[in-house]
Design a binder for this molecule. Structure first.
Ligand SMILES: Nc1ncnc2c1ncn2[C@@H]1O[C@H](COP(=O)(O)OP(=O)(O)OP(=O)(O)O)[C@@H](O)[C@H]1O
Length: 245
């Protein structure tokens, strides 16, 4: 049986001015799979996922998301496709002046589908918070939450629209090892429960080990190597085993 890809990227290139950042990226994300992307700071990992959500336009190459060629879409089609992609920014990016409930209602209201259906929205907010174990925090302000709780709320806000694909940009950065482990387990639970496919950019090897079916190492704007956690761990290539020390 042919593996279904939810993302297919071919020879993607992007430069900023005279500085090339992405130098020919190829990537297939299979349906239901989690891929972790490793790589030193500044190699272009965040630029890559911003290209996937259309926040940055690549110079050349192709990106297919759920069988649609991103560069062929008009604005309305792009907006529709974006609803299927959850993007979890590094900081969680909650609105500080809104309660947890209001933060979660925000993306739902933007979709218009549920306009005026207050009870449905209320149920969706509660379900998403329950899934991240934070129903008790529904009426709190972000300033009352710990870093790990904010990341959970960020994940709940992404989950509320039931995306098929979730892109995580350093989901455990800034957390202590216990909270990092909890977030990693949560990412895995989300994959299993919602059958999402994810790209997880991370410097946290424990997170990569827990969450990813496959790891890809980016070096200087290109993928250098890929494999399971254990395959890469056993590699005697210096660039790869530097991550396992
Ligand atoms: N909008 C932009 N304009 C100009 N240069 C940019 C822009 N966005 C990113 N860059 C540059 O592209 C390079 C790659 O950045 P990117 O954020 O993708 O790195 P990264 O691999 O995600 O690093 P980190 O692990 O530190 O987050 C950097 O040199 C950065 O300065």
């Amino acid at each position: 049986m042919k593996t279904e890809n939810v993302i297919e990227i071919r020879n993607l290139k992007k430069a900023f001015g005279a500085t090339p950042v992405l130098k020919g990226i190829d990537l297939d994300l299979h349906n239901g799979e989690n891929i972790a992307i490793l790589g030193q700071s500044g190699t272009g990992k965040s630029v890559l996922i911003k290209c996937i959500v259309g926040l940055i336009t690549a110079d050349s190459g192709t990106i297919k998301v759920i069988e649609k060629d991103l560069l062929d879409l008009n604005n309305a089609e792009l907006a529709e496709l974006r609803q299927k992609i959850g993007y979890l920014f590094q900081g969680g990016a909650l609105y500080d002046s809104m309660t947890v409930r209001q933060n979660l209602e925000f993306p739902v209201r933007r979709t218009q589908i549920l306009k005026g259906k207050k009870n449905e929205v209320n149920d969706m907010v509660k379900e998403a918070l329950e899934n991240v174990g934070l129903l008790d925090a529904i009426d709190k302000m972000p300033s009352e939450l710990s870093g790990g709780m904010k990341k959970r709320v960020g994940l709940a806000r992404t989950l509320i629209l039931k995306p098929r694909i979730i892109l995580y940009d350093e989901p455990t950065t800034g957390l202590d090892p216990v909270s990092s482990g909890e977030i990693s387990e949560l990412i895995l639970e989300v994959q299993e429960k919602y059958n999402t496919s994810s790209i997880i950019i991370t410097h946290d090897m424990k997170c990569a080990e827990i969450t990813a079916n496959r790891l890809k190492l980016m070096v200087d704007g290109k993928f250098y190597s890929e494999g399971t956690f254990n395959e890469l761990k056993e590699s005697d290539d210096k660039k790869i085993n530097a991550y396992f020390k």
